[in-house]
Design a protein. Structure first.
Length: 670
């Protein structure tokens, strides 16, 4: 039985004893009382075992039940029906039960129908829905509807961001051995022997002065579920804040770096300039959740063909991002309203980490998860789309068995106006309609796509070895490097999606049905709405040497850093990374000591009372006017500052009372 159920049982026992004592004092009922209250039934122990509600909600429900009983006392007729919710309240009501409840009867007499409480609540929500009152003749009605359509198409289900969920669905729970609650899987991992290379260096057990992450913290992450072998450390000063709420209803966020994180960023730049991978790995040991270092060491592991370690470091970076997100970010992400400005350097690290993780998910064939991450990245900047996710997302959706998502993207009025329908989406929506059993829409969409991009259809027939190639598209070839690039980005990757009897038959049938003469398919209006730098960034990140030859040489010359490929010309720099000015690190040490002293004053304000128990600690924090979230955040920050100060040769000493406060949080997490 849960502790909440035990408390409720104890409360009901005390109330019953009070009622019995009151009955002994007044044995003779009043003459005006005609109704004898029936004996209250015993509370069901099985109901308490099932109970997961909140104590405050239970108390309010009991008060509501008492009120409904008072109304029932003056009612002369019983209600037509009683909901299950009403019967459940009756079992745990405070005083003796009244014979009848009249609120449903009163409502029935007013509305002319028998509605229980749930039906009335649903009716109230329906009538109060602001969308139901929207009029089409309103000047902003079209814009609002268009934005809602966009938000619906870009909404992200955070449950599908975890690859383990898809793996369990595809192969069963036994196929997933790396979860935080999988003790047998961890035992097998320990039995594999010592790791080698970068994997051994960056493993959590080899990191200095670190302990494993608490299991609770592993699961509280919207991006990645952590692993217990990862080092126990904070994000190092990575955070997120709201920039502004835009007029269209979207919310712009940005990642921020505090002073300590900025100093580590300076050390990272020094390591990059030294071109020493061992020094980079050493920096990661002391800063296990520094994003730039994680991404760089992941690339080093990938070059050494250690794909497992490379993927693990990417997941650790996304886990750190997940711990730093603002409290409203997850909610707006699920509504399609979260935005990040790509011009900010701190935000671009998130783009890069997600892109590389999508590539890793593709290697694992977890396409549904990869599609959800691609939709997340598209949601961050749908108009700009700096990584040209639009050239990839349709294939991920089809492989992830989400054809309706492709239709939603193509039919979004806002994206149609901004994107002008790239060739890959024009072709993939045909397959989406076909899988949704909409043959007429599939034929119409394919005919429009062939007229717009005949060279895509001709190359597709050639790669699928269709012979003879339909005459209307025969001999149609891409014109210029740009069309050739778009053709290479789609046909080789999507031809297996078309390699079915139904799809090839549809392609041949529609191609033969075209009677008019087709041109080159050049689309100046579409080309004017795509940034050549964004396409170049997409190609560079795809790491395809054949495609790199089709990029403008001037753009390739600007590609100088794998940690920030082709930054925009109007990049926003929030700060200049700082490093210690001398080997002793005196300037950095002074800044850290100032921050540590402010935290020391914070903990002194909590007091030195009894913090051995959770109740004592909560009482002390309440008296000091702080919260448990702020307390935990400051505790983690103190541990980070102590470690950083030790690195620059400064030893910090706490008295016994301060250590009690700090260690209590560590023990509770463990």
């Amino acid at each position: 039985m849960s502790s909440r159920a035990l408390r409720r049982a104890q409360r009901e026992l005390e109330e019953r004893q009070q009622l019995e004592s009151a009955g002994q004092q007044d044995d003779v009922p009043d003459s005006d009382e005609d109704v004898v209250p029936p004996t209250q039934p015993k509370p069901s122990l099985f109901a308490m075992l099932n109970d997961t509600g909140d104590d405050d909600a239970d108390e309010s429900a009991e008060e509501e039940h008492d009120t409904s009983q008072d109304i029932g006392a003056v009612s002369s007729e019983p209600p037509a029906n009683k909901s299950n919710k009403s019967r459940k309240k009756k079992k745990k009501g405070k005083g003796p039960a009244k014979p009848q409840e009249s609120e449903p009867t009163l409502t029935s007499s007013r509305n002319g129908s028998d509605l229980d409480e749930i039906d009335r609540a649903l009716l109230a929500l329906k009538t109060s829905d602001p969308s139901s009152a929207r009029h089409t003749d309103h000047p902003h009605a079209t814009i609002d509807e268009e934005k809602q359509q966009l938000y619906s198409a870009l909404a992200v289900d955070t449950q599908h961001l975890h690859a383990a969920n898809e793996m369990r669905k595809l192969f069963g729970r036994a196929a997933v051995n790396g979860g935080p609650d999988d003790e047998p899987g961890r035992a097998r991992q320990r039995g594999r022997g010592q790791q080698e290379g970068i994997a051994a260096v960056v493993a959590g057990r080899n990191a200095p002065a670190n302990r494993n992450l608490a299991s609770l913290g592993l699961r509280r992450n919207i991006f990645i579920q952590g692993k217990e072998e990862w080092p126990r450390a904070t994000s190092g000063g990575l955070g997120m804040e709201v920039v502004k709420k835009r007029d269209d209803g979207s919310i712009e966020y940005r990642f921020v770096h505090n002073v300590t994180y900025q100093s580590v960023q300076g050390e990272f730049d020094t390591c990059v300039a030294s071109m020493d991978p061992d020094r980079m790995v050493q920096l990661l040991q002391f800063n296990p959740y520094h994003i730039s270092t994680l991404l760089q060491v992941s690339e080093i592991a990938k070059q050494q063909r250690d794909n497992a370690t490379a993927g693990d470091l990417l997941e650790r970076a996304l886990f750190s991002f997940g711990r730093a997100v603002q409290s409203t970010f997850a909610s707006n992400l699920s509504q399609g309203k979260a935005r990040l400005d790509f011009r900010r350097t701190e935000n671009r690290e998130f783009w890069l980490a997600v892109w590389r993780y999508i590539t890793t998910l593709g290697l694992r064939a977890t396409w549904r998860t990869a599609f959800e991450w691609a939709k997340l990245l598209l949601q961050m900047a749908p108009e700009d789309d700096p990584y040209c996710i639009r050239l990839l997302i349709d294939q991920l959706a089809l492989r992830g068995r989400e054809p309706q998502a492709v239709v939603d993207l193509v039919e979004s009025d806002h994206l149609q106006r901004i994107w002008k329908m790239p060739p890959n989406l024009a072709m993939s929506v045909v397959l989406a309609h076909d899988r949704l059993k909409q043959p007429q829409k599939a034929r119409t969409a394919l005919k429009a796509a062939i007229k717009e991009y005949p060279w895509i259809a001709a190359r597709l027939c050639k790669d699928l070895e269709i012979s003879p190639i339909p005459k209307p598209i025969w001999g149609k070839e891409p014109v210029g490097d740009h069309q050739e690039l778009l053709c290479h980005l789609y046909v080789p990757k999507a031809k297996d999606l078309w390699n079915t009897t139904e799809a090839t038959s549809l392609l041949v049938e529609v191609a033969y049905s075209i009677e008019e003469e087709l041109g080159t398919g050049e689309s100046p209006y579409w080309l004017a709405n795509i940034n050549e730098v964004d396409v170049a960034r997409h190609v560079i990140l795809s790491d395809d040497r054949e495609l790199l030859s089709l990029i403008d040489p001037q753009l390739k010359a600007k590609y100088t850093s794998t940690s920030d490929p082709l930054p925009p010309d109007d990049s926003i720099v929030s700060y200049s990374p700082t490093t210690p000015r001398n080997p002793g690190g005196q300037d950095l040490g002074e800044a850290l000591l100032v921050e540590l002293e402010s935290l020391r004053q914070y903990f002194n304000g909590i007091g030195t009372g009894d913090v051995a128990t959770g109740a004592g600690l909560l009482q002390a924090m309440e008296s000091a006017g702080t919260t448990i979230e702020e307390y935990r955040r400051n505790t983690e920050r103190v541990h980070v500052l102590r470690r950083l100060l030790q690195e620059v040769g400064v030893q910090v000493v706490f008295d016994e009372a301060e250590l009690d406060l700090l260690e209590h949080e560590s023990d509770s997490d463990a």
